[in-house]
Each structure stands twice: as C-alpha cells, then as structure tokens.
Design a protein around this ligand. Structure first.
Ligand SMILES: [Fe+2]
Length: 296
C-alpha cells in the first residue's frame, strides 16, 4: 500500500523547539542497519519495550515504556500523550536525517501474521530539501502531518541539505480490524488537508540512462561499490524512476564490466534489501572482498 497522509496535528500548540534542539544534541549510537544510511542518520528511542534509552530496535512486545530521552523532552511527551491512543502503541522513536540518505529498502516488520503492524510518522518540522519515496513516487512530509508509510514496500529517504529534519516514528500493533483514525485520541485529527502528495520529477531519457549505466560499468569495483550504491540511489528523487532502479542499474553495470564478484554482490544486495532476507541475515555493503552473504 502506498504512503499517505492520515491526519493532521496542530504541533505549533506544543512549542517543540527546545525539545528538537535537545534531540539534536543527543549523540548517535551504532545501529543494526547503519551501513544502509549515509550522513547524519539518528534514531532516538522515546518509548520502547524495555524503557532503556539505548534500545532502538523494534521488538514484538506488549510493553511500551518511556525512556530517559522522553523525560528530557517534556513538550514531545505531552504531544504524544495528548494526541495518540496508547493502547496499541508499542514504540516511539525520534528520527533525524541531515545531509544524508537511507538507500531504497523494505523493512520486514511482519514478524507475526496474526497481528497488523501499523507504522506512522509525524513530521515535527518543515524541510524543503528533505524527501521520502516509495513505489508510487516522491513526497515531502510537512510539519504536523501524520503519515502512514508502508515499510513493507520499497522506500527511501534523503535530506540534501544541512538543516534539521526531525520526525516521530510511532509503531502500533492491532490484533483486530482497525482504521487509521483509531491511533488518535481525538478522531477529528484524522482529517487530511492535501491529497496531491507527489513531487513532480524530471523524465530521464533512455539514452541518458544507458550512459549512466555505461559510466558506472567503468567505475564499479569492490572498493567503489558502496559509493556507487549511494550515488545512484539519489537519481530517483530527481528523475522519474522507480525507487529501486539503482539496483537494476548496478547489476547491468556489473554485467557490462564483466565483473563476476561485483555482479554477485549487486544481486545479493537487491535480494537482501528489496526482495527477501532470512531472519538474522546480514549483508556487508563495505566488504571490499565482495564476499556477500551471511556475516561471519
Ligand atoms: Fe525503512
């Protein structure tokens, strides 16, 4: 299902400036999928299953406990408590992306098919240089908008600039049928002010696409692989291309270069990020030996 706006919250009411500054000052800690991001990409746990501030990983748990970071952000705590229904809420993280990129991927959050995982984002500030994308197109989240983002389809995010882009990521679990308005304490928040969400992108001529692939074939080696993944991931934000086209380009380039280890690494990357990955499987993007697969 494509991403969509499901509601709007008057965040000006909460004077979030101090809390956003506070979130900015928190040091980033290493995370499981860090290597698929570039630039300043930070995930800060505000509510989670353990209440531990450094626990940023989503788990299948019933508890949703505040962390020390939430206690340091009283305005955000008030906003969450006043606006969102706590019964199905399982985790809240503050996410920041500055001068960076998260490459196209799918999150396999469907750990238990008996329940529905419902992930929403609330943008806390506007940023004209920050974009999200999914299989339907590219869009920007505006301050106060609440978005449903289907993490099960291919998606990516970028902030081309140095200005802050902070939003909240809230994970809900429903065991019964539900509707998006159920996440709000006040169901009137489930009103949508704009429906035309996609950014108009420039078409990419087939000749230009072939030239990019040929140029990539010249450059691609084990030691340039990661840089090329990040560089080609950016094209779909500007040009009218499918979100995961970069992986097809890299595979075509590795074929043209007749570089078997890189070709294998490229195919494994596409499978791992957007097709299928086994529980606990890891992929080493920076492995210069090009031996892709399960981490040793
Ligand atoms: Fe994701």
């Amino acid at each position: 299902m494509a991403s969509e706006i499901i509601g709007t919250i008057n965040i000006e009411h909460y004077q979030l400036g101090h809390d956003i500054e506070r979130l900015r000052s928190i040091r980033k800690q290493p995370e499981e999928y860090d290597e698929f991001g570039q630039g300043h990409w930070k995930n800060i746990s505000l509510y989670n299953a353990t209440g531990e501030a450094d626990d940023t990983r989503y788990k299948n748990a019933r508890r949703c406990l505040p962390t020390e970071h939430l206690r340091q952000c009283p305005a955000i705590a008030k906003l969450i408590q006043e606006q969102f229904e706590p019964t199905a809420l399982r985790m809240v993280r503050a996410r920041s992306l500055v001068d960076g990129l998260v490459i196209p991927h799918r999150d396999f959050v469907e750990l238990d098919t008996a329940v529905t995982y419902y992930r929403v984002f609330l943008a806390l500030e506007d940023n004209a240089q920050a974009f999200h994308s999914d299989e339907q197109g590219v869009f920007q989240m505006r301050a106060g908008e609440v978005w449903y983002l289907d993490a099960g389809i291919s998606h990516a995010a970028i902030n081309f600039g140095l200005n802050s882009r902070t939003f909240l990521c809230l994970d809900f679990i429903y065991e019964q049928r539900f509707e998006p308005a159920d996440i709000f304490k006040d169901r009137r928040s489930a009103h949508v002010q704009r429906h035309d969400i996609h950014i108009k992108r420039v078409p990419l001529q087939p000749l230009k696409e072939r030239e990019i692939i040929a140029a990539t074939a010249t450059l691609i080696e084990c030691f340039t692989f990661k840089d090329i993944v990040f560089a080609l991931s950016k094209y779909h934000f500007i040009y009218d291309l499918p979100v995961a086209s970069c992986y097809d380009w890299i595979i075509s380039a590795a074929e043209q270069a007749n570089n078997a280890p890189v070709l294998e690494k490229a195919k494994t990357l596409r499978r791992y990020l957007i097709e299928h990955r086994a529980m606990g499987e890891r992929y080493a993007l920076s492995d210069w030996t090009c031996q892709a697969g399960v981490a040793r």
